[in-house]
Design a protein. Sequence first.
Length: 413
Amino acid sequence: MSAMTEEPWSDEEARAERLVRIGRPPRNRGEMLRKLVWVLPWLVFLSAPTQDLAAGHHTTPATTAGWVGLVAFTGIYLAVVFRTMGRPYAGWAVAALVAVMWVLAVALTLSLGHSWLGLFVYVSVTCGVTLPLRAAYWTIPLTTAAMMLAGWFVDDLDDAWGLFLIVLLVGYSMTGVRQLVRTTVELRKARATVAQLAANEERLRLARDLHDLLGHSLSLITLKSELAGRMLPDHPDKAAQQVADIEQVSRQALVDVREAVTGYRRPRLAGELAGAQVALTAAGVTADLPTDPDLTAVSKESESALAWALREAITNVVRHSGAQRCVVELVRRQTLDGPMLELSVEDNGTGGSGRGPGNGPANAPGNGLTGLGERLTKAGGSLEATRLKHGFRLVARVPAEAPAAVTDVGSPA
């Protein structure tokens, strides 16, 4: 496998960041084009008015007015709907533009015939996408009724009935899409807020721990330094004892700080599972992962070793395997060595077995596997890596229970 890193998902996060963002304005020309491609297929209902004008069934003034009205109607529709994806117009401007579309649809249909009934589809879509929900709920059926009346006026109720459900349902469907977009945006903001709160809480915890660890030790060092300074002229032997105490306290403080930093940097299995889900999804790999791992009685060293194993395995799947599916399992097994917690990561890829370029011959373990095996062995576990016919499987095992504390047994009384 590739060498283990602290942030193995950076490539995939960058790829996800380049995707089109729902409900947010385009950041560049590429995103603008992709959003425009999403809107353009709806213009299929404009084919009938275009053919009607091109066929020459109307007088020259009527044809000219039809082209002007069609271009104006289409421009308003694209402007309103496309701006709604980013920075929408003010409410009064949206209402005015929707009213203009509504008037154009009625006027063009009554003037030029049944081929223009499809314009009401765009009026319904615009109502569902841009108007407030209460207004959309009554303007959509009103638009449908206006279309039916226009169809009756031009003596073509058959076409009007053919568009009845389309005009009605497409408008309400757009209100649902709009609600979904709004929910997505709110969830994105909530995730950012939660992440910020978690970071703030971690900073507060770090400040509390540093105060608890160093506050007493530094105060004692200061006190003993002052005391040694006063003793030094008359009682150098006692001053030397105070200096020795200062050295002992400072060494213990250093040990406490190192243990605290080690705890902060220790990876957690739950966090690695969440990161694995994000990384696999961003890479287009179907992920099947446990959601609530049972780590009862598992030591910190064992959990840390499994977290490293998961990180290394997922890094390999994302960067080298070319897999379409990855299955992660976490089970407890009873073995001759006692209860073991087993983490299995299996993919159906065809890439290398976890080695970066230049790590040795094809049948030799990579640097990542070697270091991971040493880490698991130190925690009392083992590593098994197997190339399958269609894929690769990595199995990491650690003791499922923390070792019992050793106590001295005295002789019987």
